[in-house]
Design a protein around this ligand. Structure first.
Ligand SMILES: Cc1cc2nc3c(=O)[nH]c(=O)nc-3n(C[C@H](O)[C@H](O)[C@H](O)COP(=O)(O)O)c2cc1C
Length: 205
């Protein structure tokens, strides 16, 4: 009898520990960024950051802050085609994509999506909307059952209805409306705000 009780307890312990191992889900920080080669430091109000000689996109900068605070994995949403580095041609290319409802082909794909339960998704506002590669991204993945939290950089115009669009594109995901939103003029000094926001969401490791 004792043996049976002991075996039953051992089985329960093994089952619980196996479950806790498989349920150790992770955070992914996915982002799209397009620093302009013709820009200057965003502190001066343009569209890229230069910190310690390293050029970084504004969204990329916020993605790095989130990664540092949460310990999540990083995923850059890149496209196979390249975008013009200069401001005016980039504006035109992005507008053309939007007008034609394009779905630019993505250069990389998330591996092990099932291992993530929270996906941070970062993007700049392009022509009052998400850049079209974000639509390719949401077409590619079904984030059902996952928590989606967005972080958004704009040039002064705000986020428009992009979070509502994500909700419509991913109806089975739990899309948070508590996005982190920052104007590019304030990106270089936003790390503290990012950490405070993450703390409020219970996401700081
Ligand atoms: C093609 C394009 C369109 C843009 N459209 C808008 C816009 O409609 N509203 C706005 O506030 N900012 C707009 N911006 C500004 C960007 O949102 C801003 O520069 C952002 O920081 C870019 O992020 P990144 O450096 O990570 O690519 C636009 C920028 C580009 C390049």
């Amino acid at each position: 009898m004792k043996k049976i009780v002991f075996a039953a307890i051992a089985f329960c312990v093994m089952t619980v520990s196996a479950q806790s191992q498989t349920s150790a889900k992770k955070i992914l920080v996915a982002y799209f960024t397009m620093p302009e080669s013709g820009g200057v430091d965003a502190v001066a109000g343009a569209s890229r950051l230069v910190i310690g000689g390293k050029v970084s996109g504004n969204v990329e900068f916020v993605a790095n802050c989130i990664q540092k605070a949460t310990g999540g994995d990083m995923f850059a949403i890149g496209t196979i085609q390249t975008y013009p580095g200069e401001h005016q041609p980039l504006l035109e290319a992005a507008q053309h994509e939007q007008k034609t409802n394009a779905r630019p082909r993505l250069a990389a794909h998330i591996t092990g999506l099932q291992n993530y339960d929270t996906i941070f998704i970062g993007y700049p506002i392009w022509w009052y909307d998400m850049p079209m590669p974000l639509y390719s991204f949401f077409d590619e993945y079904n984030f059902a059952g996952k928590r989606i939290i967005s972080f958004i950089v704009h040039g002064g115009g705000g986020v428009f209805d992009t979070v509502e669009k994500i909700i419509a594109l991913e109806p089975e995901a739990a899309v948070s409306k508590e996005s982190f939103v920052v104007s590019r003029n304030n990106v270089a000094r936003c790390e503290r705000d990012v950490t405070a926001w993450l703390r409020g969401l219970g996401m700081v490791r």
